[in-house]
Structure formats: structure tokens, C-alpha cells
Design a protein around this ligand. Sequence first.
Ligand code: ADP
Ligand code: MG
Length: 377
Amino acid sequence: MRSVRDIKVLEGIPVLVRASLNVPIKQGKVTNAFRLRSALPTIEYLRSRHAKVILMSHVSGTGAESLEPVYHAMSSFIHGMKFCPVSVGREAREAVRALSPGGVLMLENLRRNAGEEKNDPGFAKELASLADIYVQDSFDVCHRAHASVVGVPAFLPSYAGFTVEKEVKELAKALKPKSPSLAIIAGAKFSTKEPLIRKLLKKYKTVMVGGALANDFIQAQGYSVGASLVSKEGQDHIRELLKNKRIMIPKDAVVGKKGAKRLEGRITELSDIRPDEMILDVGPKTVKELQERAKKAKSILWNGPLGLFEDGYIDGTRGLMRGIAHSRAWSIVGGGDTEAAIEEVNAHEHFSFISTGGGAMLDFLAHGNLPGLQALD
Ligand code: ADP
Ligand code: MG
């Protein structure tokens, strides 16, 4: 993978940067600028070498949303930045032509054009025609075969930006953990995380399965899980995985009736879950075991909240964070909901690295590569 640092000539050259500007917007205002700040090093590197920087990104939603609020937020970091209300066509070409060396232009939400998510070659070619060089700096979209991710780099010399480089470097470390190692995979939807669990079982000493994912395993051990969320398929896969000695399953649980808030939940042994109760978090015995393992570990990888933290079932997740905070291990964590849980208790500084990847992180760890990274070769 070639890095932005490997680009020989930048003076006056238009560079199309696939940036990660998909930030939360409420009432026309950006409510969290973390990603915008993370995008700055690559932009500043290109500007300081007098390239013409063209930023392109999506913002999630219906596809109709505008990036204009993001442009306003970003303008406080990049003085004199410009905005173009479309992403391709004559108006976009003219906006690029009007850029002076060192200038920065932000294109409108890529997903306003249906060609983006369909990876339409015509759309990709039009985007590519705006610049001479492509830089991928949005790791979180690299698992998607979209026009701005895999289409454009087919037409231009392509490089990785600093955030992509850093993600790949850190995630590669997670695939070579130091022993003893601990991986925790929790959250929901077993089928999306099964390939990763299988991969990690080959590399980590302990792979703890938690959150709603664990319900299937608890049920397969013969316990009654009441009204808990369980998968419909894959029971035989789970029985097979349970034979692996490296798998760790919760020892106890916090249960509650559907819709009940944390205060109404109760701690229980797995053998005593009533038919109308759901497993909503791991219990204190499980947290204690996790903390002990985290303390001994040299490498820790974590994805997925251990409980329904949005409804207040955050004790398990918080306990795990504490365990990681008190450990001297190198630690990496990621996932959209996991990040939200970390945000909720303001625990960012406890981790060696927080991936912005979400689905891209899971795919990279499971398969060792991503379409958007392969497209850079
Ligand atoms: P991430 O986005 O970090 O990869 P996931 O999307 O896999 O995480 O899962 C997060 C969701 O799983 C959260 O909404 C969380 O509330 C839910 N969850 C975790 N444990 C449970 C549980 N025991 N019962 C129901 N939902 C749970
Ligand atoms: Mg999620």
C-alpha cells in the first residue's frame, strides 16, 4: 500500500481525497467533530505541499442530506475552504479549476448520486476526471465497493492517507497479539461476527463471547434463556464452537422483563432465568473473570457492548473498561456501538487505539484485507 508520503510531485496538482466526514448532524449543526479533526493531518500534508485538495465523502441517512453543515464546521479548522453543491459535472470541474495551490474544496454528499453506492463506472470516471491523484483516507468505508472507494482508484494513481495507514498498522498488530491475549466479541448479530470469532480463536488465548451474541451459546449449553434475543439458525455451529477450550462464555447475567430499565433488572445464575425474562447484561462474576484475564493479558482486542447499554445495562461494559484501564496490555477497540458506549462513560484514554472502522474493522480482522485497500494497489 503506497502512502501519501510516497507522492513525488504535489505542487499545483489536484488531489481527490476520499475523506471520512460522516459526522452526526442535529438541526443543521455538527454535534461531534472528532472525525473532522482526524481528517486534518492528510489535508494539511497535501496543502503544505501546495496541492489542490478536493474532499469527497458521504453523510449517512436517506442520501438526500447535505454536507454543508460539515463544511461550516470544517471551515473553523481550514481557513478559506470552499464548498461545491454538487460532486460531479461542469460546476464541480469549474470549482476545481478555481482552486489555488494549497486550497481546499469540499464536494457535496456523494450519496446524492445513485452511482456512488452502485459503483457506477460512469460516476467513478466523472469523479476521477476532477483530479490527477486519488487518496483514500476513510478507513470506515473500505469494506464497501462504492464508486468513491473502489471505482475512482481504478482511474488514478492511488495512495493511502494517514488515517488509513494508521488503522491498517494498528489492526495488523491486533492480528499478531502478544501472549497471553484476550479478545472480547460482543454486541448483537452472531452471523456478522462468526467469521471473526473463528479467526480470533486461532490467534487469541481467550475469546470471550458476550452481549446478545452470548445468548445462543448459553442456550446451547442447555440453560433456558427465557425471552432473550437468540438467533434462529446456526445452533450446530454454536455447539461446535463451544467445544473449543479458548471460548469463554458468561457465567452469570443481569436479566429483566422486556422494556424494563436497569433498576428493575436482577443479577442471576444462568440456571435461574425465568420464562418472561431477558438477558440484558453480563453479571458480576463474569466481569470479575474478565478483569482478571485483562490484568494478565499483554494484548486485548474488544468489539461490542456486553449489554443493552442504551437502556442503562452498562455495568458489564463499564467493568470491562475498568479491567482494560487497570491492565498494562496493548489494547484496541472498535465498533459503532462500542464507541458510543465508550463515549457515554468518557473512557477514551484507557485504550491504546480506537478504530473508526465499525464494519470495516470487523472485515479487516476477519479477512486481512478490504476491497478499498486492494483498490489502492
Ligand atoms: P458494534 O456496533 O460495536 O459492533 P453491535 O452492533 O454488534 O456492536 O451491537 C451493539 C448492540 O447490541 C447494542 O445496541 C447493544 O445494546 C446490543 N446488546 C448488547 N448486549 C445485549 C443483550 N444482552 N440483549 C440485547 N441487546 C444487546
Ligand atoms: Mg453496531
